[in-house]
Structure formats: C-alpha cells, structure tokens
Design a protein around this ligand. Structure first.
Ligand code: SGN
Ligand code: CA
Length: 519
C-alpha cells in the first residue's frame, strides 16, 4: 500500500519539450505536438480495473496503460454524472461555469473547449462514440456520435449526414471507427482523437462471445451491502438500490417468454435493446439467458437471497462488458504500436465517473461518496518523457483540458478552472498543489432521486451539504471510516474540524465563483 502513495515518476525529459526548459535534453526528443488519444468510458468503476483493484477482473489492456504510464490514485470528478462530467472535461471548468449542470441541459457549443484550442493550434480533431451533450459537437474535424445514450446492439450513429443504424456491438464499432479515422487522417498534422465508449453504462449488455464468461461466478458482497443509511438522510431517500430498484427484466434481462415476470421496465427491455438485435444475435442471447431465467424462476428467491442473486447477476453482466472494453483497448494500443504511433502519442484513460458495485447496496453514481466521486485515470506519455509510476495528489476532471493544452504547447487560457497535471507528470510535488476538491451535483428531482449536494474533500475529511428539498450536512473521517458509514456532523469531538471544513468549503465556492454562495 505504501506504493500507492508514492510519487515515483521520473520525467526529466518532460521539461525539454512540452514545458519549455531545454537544460535536461533527453536522449530521445519528446514530440513537440504529441498526438492525443483520449479514451473515456461510461460508468466504469475503479473497482473493476485491475490496475486499481484485483478482486473482480483482470484487465490487461487497461493495465498496459498503467504499466507503461502513470496511475492517478486520487482521481475525482466535479459532478458525478455523464453530460456534466463531459462538459467539465471539455472546458476545464466546473458545471456552474460551463453551464451544463445536469443531463437535462444542452451544452453551449459556442464556448471555449480544449478540442477547439487544439484545432486552432493545428491539430486534427475527432470524437467517436458517446457524446450526450444534446447540441452537436463543435471544434472537431470529424464527429460520429451515438444517439443520446446509445445502445449496445446495432447502435445508431449520428454524423454530419444524419442518423444511421450500424450493425454490430457498440464497443467494437467505436474502436473500428476510431482506427478507421486514424488510418485516413491527414498525416501531416498532429491529432487529438476522443474515443468515447458507451460501455459500461446501464443496462450492461455483454457482447455475444462474452455472454458466458462470468455466468457461474459469484462475488463477495461488499461489507456495507445491507447499509441501513442511519445518520445519512439523503442516502436513505435514493432509488438506486440493487435490492429494491434494480429491475429484474430491464437490468437483469429475466425476460421469460411466458410473461410471468412482470416488472415496471419489462417493456423497455423487450422493445429496446432486445428488439434491436438481429435474429442471429437474439438466438445466441436466448441460448445463454433462457436457462438462467428458468433456474431463477425455479429458485423462487426472496429477501436477502434475492438481493444477493441480483448483485451477482449484475456483476456478471457488468464484468462481461468490461471484458469487451479491455479487449478493444488492447486492440487500439496495438494499432498505435503497429503504425509507429506509440512514441508520439499520449494515451489517456478515464471514465465519466465511478460507479457502485454494490457498496451501500447500490448501482449508479451521483453521490459524492467515494465510489462515484472517484474515477479511474491512467495516462501513458511517449517513452521519451519517462513518465511512469503512481501519482497520489488530488486531481479532478477539470484538470484534463489544461494538461492536454500544456502538453501540446498551447497556452492555457486564464479562465480555465482546472490545473495542468504536467508538474505531477514530471514527478514534482508542487507546494501549492490543491489541498481540497470541490464537488456539486444538481440533478434533483431526477432519476434515482439523489438529492442536490455540494461538498469538499481533503485527503482526510469530506463535508457534504444536501440541499433543495432537504437541508442536511455530513462529515466523514475517511481514514477511520473509508466506506462512509458514520456521519460525524453531530459529534462534538469534530466541532473544530467541521468549522474548518465549512470555512474551506466557502473559500472554494468563492474561488470557483459558484453562485450557490449567494442563495
Ligand atoms: C439513464 C439511466 C440511469 C442513469 C442515467 C444517467 N437509466 O437515464 O440509470 O443514472 O442514464 O447516466 S436507463 O434506464 O436509461 O438506463 S449517465 O451516465 O448518462 O449520466
Ligand atoms: Ca456515466
């Protein structure tokens, strides 16, 4: 574990190219305008990426990025939900500043984004896959995006020519199209390619060859799976419980042909993903799921046994989707190798947020609790940078834009709120690096009923204020209570820490000019 907090990055070379100093010239020179391949997935938890956590699945494709690059061990989002997270990354600004607070908003594509700034600096830019910002992409020479959330099977893609159904499995298709684009790009320019996957978003539909991968496997329940939410009012009001809210047919695909399993979202599965399949896909699907459905019906599970069965079924499908992702990332890395691109391309891997794998009894995200506030972040720089190891400083997804700009030699505009990660990639420990993170989630009323909240996290403590239709505060001591089960807000021993955290929170809200302070 000591290793996890160690900064063992050596990048004497980094200063020579991207950050301006020429004193420590490396043997192999760093590219002045490196290519950038920015891979982002949807809802991929760090618990299911073996560079972070080995309990559930091996992900050699992703681990290769970690092994050959940097693993950020304290990586967080600013607002744990899709569209807002993407808007934070594109702009380097918090949600209240970029204007995209929840998934119902429409992104103002006329504003400054890092792809636009790179494009102006001579980069060829493209985005392929999930976009989910309602307005069409701006700042890209090429875009081919999924329709809204997209679908796993035979998805519709939208580009300048309109919407079209493409036959195949979404993770494979996004990788194919990314490779096709790199093949036909203008080779005289550096490029920035955003490969944005739909996986591992609900409803976790595995690709046909992976359907049986985890079929008979069971997984240890998280220790707080049967959390009663005592002392945490907002947590008790959510609707993202595996036991209560996860739909047997929609989420877990128990579509029995006799129609005995009637659930609120049965039709959504039947008329949605299931209906989109080709006959051959559906036949292969049924061959695997029909016996699972039969066993489930025979078992007549109830109470805790049913909750546990649902958890395992969820894990099986989710992990099978991660497997496709990992295989496709390995394929993309191999393409870079085979085409002489590995030594002049930065590869970044992240997710739009983390996800609950049964912790607190949940699926989904939204909360500022660790599992969804954190997100995986791996960066592989070209070899000449010598950037390898682990970085433990607090970083956030508003930092990616200034990092890409600095690495590309493009001046970082002053209004960007994130901080360039380049000093951390160089192995430095800057004195003035942020000591706390700011978070703000807005989507209430909304699906899963997670209340609006904002908060602050330091390396040790987390303070959250849930507001709107409730008014509750929570304080956690992450060292003593990493699973955030004990709200210390009324504990007199923490009085001065609470006062200090509240003062720091106010400062952050002033620094980032969040209008909430005026309400
Ligand atoms: C969909 C999902 C929700 C999920 C949101 C946001 N429901 O609405 O479970 O929280 O997306 O996810 S579904 O029935 O459509 O699957 S996000 O990653 O796009 O923000
Ligand atoms: Ca997401």
């Amino acid at each position: 574990m000591k290793d996890m907090n160690r900064n063992l990055v050596m990048i004497c070379a980094l200063g020579a190219g991207a950050v301006g100093s020429v004193s420590a010239a490396p043997k192999v020179s760093v590219p002045k305008q490196p290519n950038i391949v920015f891979i982002m997935t949807d809802d991929h938890s760090f618990q299911t990426l073996s560079a972070y956590d080995r309990r559930f699945i091996n992900t050699p494709g992703l681990d290769r990025i970690a092994k050959e690059g940097i693993t950020f061990t304290n990586s967080f989002v600013a607002n744990s939900i899709c569209g807002p997270s993407r808007a934070c990354m594109l702009t380097g600004k918090h949600s209240h500043t970029n204007g995209f607070r929840d998934n119902h908003d429409t992104f103002d594509g006329s504003q400054q984004t890092f792809p636009k700034l790179l494009q102006n600096a001579g980069y060829q830019t493209a985005v392929i896959g999930k976009w989910h910002l309602k307005s069409n992409p701006t700042g890209f020479d090429h875009w081919s995006i999924l329709n809204d959330q997209g679908t796993y099977y035979n998805p519709d893609f939208i580009d300048q020519n309109g919407k079209k159904r493409h036959e195949g499995y979404v993770t494979n298709l996004i990788t194919d199209y990314s490779i096709n684009w790199m093949n036909q790009r203008d080779q005289s320019k550096p490029f920035c390619l955003l490969v944005h996957h739909k996986a591992v978003h609900r409803i976790w539909m595995p690709d046909i060859p992976n359907l049986t991968l985890f079929k008979d496997q069971t997984f240890p329940l998280p220790s707080n799976f049967f959390d009663d939410y005592s002392g945490r009012t907002a947590a008790g009001k959510q609707k993202m419980s595996i036991a209560k809210d996860m739909d047997l047919v929609y989420d877990l695909k128990m579509l029995d042909k006799e129609g005995k399993i009637q659930t609120p979202y049965r039709r959504d599965f039947q008329n949605g993903e299931y209906a989109r399949m080709t006959d051959a896909q559906r036949k292969a699907w049924n061959e695997v799921y029909d016996p699972i459905i039969r066993h489930f019906m025979e078992a007549k599970l109830e109470g805790k046994a049913l909750a546990e069965w649902k958890y395992n079924r969820y894990m099986q499908d989710y992990l099978s989707c991660v497997k496709s992702l990992d295989d496709n990332i390995a394929r993309l890395l191999k393409y870079l190798d085979d085409n002489g691109l590995t030594d002049n391309t930065i590869v970044v891997y992240t997710s739009d947020q983390g996800f609950y794998m049964g912790e607190h009894g949940w699926f989904d995200k939204r909360f500022m609790y660790e599992e969804s506030f954190r997100t995986p972040l791996l960066m592989r720089l070209p070899k000449a940078y010598h950037a390898q190891g682990k970085v433990s400083q607090l970083v956030q997804n508003i930092d990616y834009a200034p990092t890409f700009l600095e690495l590309a030699g493009v001046p970082v505009p002053e209004d960007i709120q994130g901080q360039s990660l380049v000093p951390l990639l160089k192995g430095e420990k800057p004195e003035n690096w942020r000591k706390s993170l700011y978070y703000h989630f807005y989507e209430f009323p909304g699906e899963h009923a997670v209340r609006r909240h904002y908060g602050i996290r330091t390396d040790r403590y987390k303070l959250i204020h849930f507001y709107n239709d409730i008014d509750t505060w929570e304080l956690f001591d992450l060292k003593k209570d990493p699973s955030e089960m004990k709200n210390l807000i009324d504990n007199p021993k923490y009085k001065s820490i609470i006062a200090d955290m509240k003062a720091q929170l106010k400062k952050l809200q002033e620094q980032y000019r969040d209008p909430i302070i005026n309400q």
